[in-house]
Design a protein around this ligand. Structure first.
Ligand code: HEM
Length: 771
């Protein structure tokens, strides 16, 4: 698969000047053309000043270092620090470097005597630790004599990236504003106190005892004295500690790594080694065995060898600046424009396969389903029972559960539930009538969320939710909570995606405890009530009860309470926001396309007339134009814009020699396909005529996949459509839908939401019509 360099190579081969890749939800711009790179790094520096790492200076003082600073703060600090790195200052420090080399040579002599091999990385890490400890912190570190010296131990800790660190790094990269609001510490407390204390005591010691040494700390001391003398504000202890810390961070591993690579190459290239040694020995001779700064700097061949090492092994392989935008659909578009049948993108360290060719997509979703059975979401069933639902299940467990649940969604069962949908529509219309009278605009997203909550609460949990009468009703509140993605949830989602085996070993809960207990208790009490009181209702819970009774009668093992609760929960999760979002987008389009609205209202009113004002399931399902309008809505705005699969056994991509290894994640951009002008000319136009029988027959089924495709296609498709059609019929029969005064036709999509939705509210004006 691809890595960051491979991404560069691919762009280069295609003679692109720039390109993009995706890092989780974060689009990354990658310039390739050298002139463009030059502009970004130098000429147009004003647009690209920072590295894009944010931090909370108050809570995380060591992060406020030169590498992380931006804007004025960065400029001021850079100006202050630059004189520290002149060649004059380097000369001062040169002796320290030689002094730190002595113990290294002694240590290596000992190993040579024993004829042992050396771990050169560790040796060089000790050497650079001693140098940086001495030059940046004024400390004798003695890493060779005492491998557990405090400085080396802390150095090791800084570079031992823990699970926590990866988490924090990822989060901050992903959401750069987080550290502003949350007390996120990028430098662990123990490391922070070690470094701040080291700097504090050395500053105290130097000023109290008037000791001077040729090191960075000395320069900070002088900077402070100068500021004091000029009455200017000097750096604070934390600011000094942060800069000393970054000298350590940036100087230690980059340098030891460069030397390690260089020695590796010299070991395999003896001629180069001999030539370099010759130059070094001559320099020693010229200086009577005592190297000095100028002699070191005068070695031409040394420069060339190091330059070549840094070319082949740049210790910082990616130079980052924040810039332009690109999204997953753009990735699909790019691949398509290049006439690729498939491609890849990078999601943090995770490579993703993206098929573009419709036949290949068809194979993945249907014909070769055996290789792509799962969605790739793992969970810990014991610890996180509500996650064991159909969407997450895989293999045999998924197959068994799907077989058990499928009869719940037949059109016969839908007919039973239809009355509930009408019943839930009543309070919505009453509520909207009230708003209409006041001539206020309505936040239609919230209205429809209440409507679908009431329906799913009623159909999946057998509860009267009353979201309209009581906006803080328990069910709506828990629904809101389930969809309010918290910081913790993002954390967990990312972690589990990134390392799917984690939930197997760690007690990770994807469903929060309070939501879990609410839903499990709701299901438990409703099951108890129904069985004790022999109450029957036309809903999903009833079907579960019947399933249990049948299993009991046949001596089979039925579903456990947790299993039932998990399935009811996914009906809620998968059914609620997808459906309310579909209706919201549809009403938005109807508000801006009055002709389509009128045509649809005519069909709705004809249907009401035919059924004497009492809609029924068959009448709703018979509305042809309603189908076309909804199909067009779901084309332009597929609520689930990316369909995903994970490769469960190695898969040879047809007509190629490429094998997709087991575990590869596959993302199919349904949004990209739905807005591909090859299938849908002028794709941003809302045109239900695209879905006449004739037009539909001219395209592959796989060009319209709002519900997915193949054996894993949405199990609730019929229910979702019935819900949307009923809600829309009731609304259109009662009101003319108009855009709110601040609404614009083009809308900004919420980049954070998993389900495609508009960023912010969707405000509409409703005019009451006589019925
Ligand atoms: C407009 C409404 C809806 C849309 C657009 C929608 C979309 C989808 C999509 C795209 C998938 C994934 C399919 C795939 O991977 O190929 C899915 C799966 C699923 N949906 Fe829906 N859905 C809707 C309504 C519902 C409703 C109302 C329910 C339940 C009452 C529901 C329950 C499920 C379940 C349980 C799955 C997992 C199926 C499996 O993995 O076997 N959905 N849905």
């Amino acid at each position: 698969m691809m890595d960051m360099k491979a991404c560069y190579d691919t762009l280069r081969k295609r003679k692109e000047k720039f390109g993009g890749l995706y890092f989780f939800t974060e689009p990354i711009f990658m310039p390739v053309d050298i002139d463009l790179i030059k502009n970004i790094m130098s000429k147009d520096f004003a647009h690209f000043q920072g590295h894009g790492f944010t931090f909370n200076e108050k809570y995380d003082p060591l992060s406020a270092h030169l590498f992380n600073l931006e804007g004025e703060k960065w400029r001021n600090m850079r100006v202050k620090l630059s004189p520290t790195f002149t060649s004059g200052k380097m000369k001062y420090m040169f002796k320290t470097l030689l002094d730190c080399g002595g113990p290294m040579i002694d240590h290596l002599n000992g190993i040579c005597d024993k004829k042992e091999e050396v771990d050169i990385k560790e040796i060089l890490a000790c050497y650079t630790t001693d140098i940086i400890g001495s030059c940046a912190f004024g400390l004798e570190c003695n890493s060779f004599k005492d491998p557990d010296a405090e400085f080396r131990t802390n150095g090791r800790k800084v570079f031992t990236v823990s699970f926590r660190d990866l988490l924090v790094q990822f989060l901050v990269f992903w959401s750069p504003s987080l550290p502003k609001y949350l007390p996120i510490k990028q430098v662990r407390s123990e490391i922070e106190s070690f470094f701040i204390n080291a700097v504090r005591s050395i500053l105290d010691y130097r000023t109290t005892n008037k000791v001077k040494r040729n090191d960075f700390i000395q320069m900070f001391v002088e900077m402070q004295e100068k500021a004091k003398a000029e009455g200017a504000e000097g750096l604070t202890l934390n600011e000094i500690a942060a800069q000393a810390f970054v000298f350590f961070l940036a100087g230690f591993e980059t340098s030891s790594t460069t030397m390690t690579f260089c020695l590796h190459e010299l070991a395999f290239n003896q001629e180069v080694q001999d030539k370099l040694r010759k130059e070094i020995r001559e320099a020693y001779q010229k200086t009577d065995g005592q190297l000095n700064y100028d002699a070191i700097m005068g070695m031409k061949y040394m420069d060339m060898v190091l330059e070549e090492t840094l070319r082949k092994y740049p210790p910082v392989p990616i130079l980052n600046r924040r810039g332009l935008m690109m999204d997953m659909k753009a990735c699909y578009d790019t691949l398509r424009e290049r006439k690729e049948k498939f491609g890849g993108l990078y999601f943090f360290t995770e490579p993703i396969f993206m098929p573009v060719d419709i036949d290949l997509i068809k194979n993945i979703m249907s014909k070769d389903f055996a290789h792509f059975q799962g969605h790739g979401f793992t969970f810990n069933e014991k610890y996180d029972p509500l996650s064991a639902h159909l969407f997450n299940l895989e293999g045999e467990k998924w197959k068994n559960m799907r077989v058990k649940l499928s009869p719940t969604f037949t059109s016969g069962k839908m007919k039973y539930m239809f009355k509930t949908l009408l019943d839930c529509g009543g309070p919505m219309i009453d509520h909207l009538n009230g708003i209409c009278e006041k001539k206020e605009e309505v936040d239609i997203k919230e209205i429809l969320a209440c409507y679908t909550t009431d329906i799913i609460g009623s159909c999946a949990f057998g509860l009267e939710c009353n979201s309209f009468k009581d906006p803080d009703a328990e069910f709506r509140t828990n629904g809101r909570k389930a969809f309010t993605v918290s910081f913790r949830d993002l954390f967990i989602q990312f972690l589990v995606f990134w390392s799917p085996s984690l939930p197997k070993y760690l007690p990770i809960k994807q469903v929060k405890s309070e939501i879990e207990s609410f839903f499990i208790n709701a299901v438990r009490s409703i099951l108890d009530y129904r069985t004790t009181n022999k109450v029957k209702r036309n809903d999903f819970i009833q079907m579960f009860i019947e399933m249990q009774e049948k299993a009991k009668a046949e001596g089979e093992e039925g579903l456990t309470l947790n299993e039932i609760a998990a399935q009811a929960f996914v009906f809620f999760l998968a059914g609620f926001e997808t459906s309310s979002t579909t209706m919201t987008f549809c009403l938005h389009e109807l508000a801006f396309n009055q002709e389509i609205q009128d045509k649809l209202r005519k069909e709705v009113r004809d249907t009401y007339q035919k059924t004497d004002g009492q809609l029924n399931y068959d009448a709703i399902m018979g509305m042809k134009y309603m189908d076309m309008v909804l199909e067009e809505t779901l084309r332009k705005y597929p609520p689930v814009p990316i369909l995903n699969r994970v490769c469960s056994s190695d898969y040879k991509i047809p007509n190629t020699d490429i094998i997709l290894p087991t575990g590869t994640k596959v993302f199919i951009s349904s949004l990209g396909i739905h807005r591909n002008e090859e299938y849908y000319p002028d794709p941003m136009k809302f045109d239900p005529e695209r879905f006449t029988d004739e037009n539909k027959a001219s395209r592959s089924n796989y060009t319209w996949m709002p519900f997915g495709e193949g054996p894993r296609i949405c199990i609730g498709l019929r229910f979702g459509l019935m819900q949307a059609k009923t809600g829309l019929s009731m609304l259109l029969n009662n009101y003319r839908i108009l855009p709110g005064k601040n609404e614009t036709y083009d809308m900004e999509i919420d980049p954070q939401n998993f389900v495609l939705s508009k960023n912010g509210t969707v405000m509409l004006r409703l005019e009451k019509l006589s019925t």
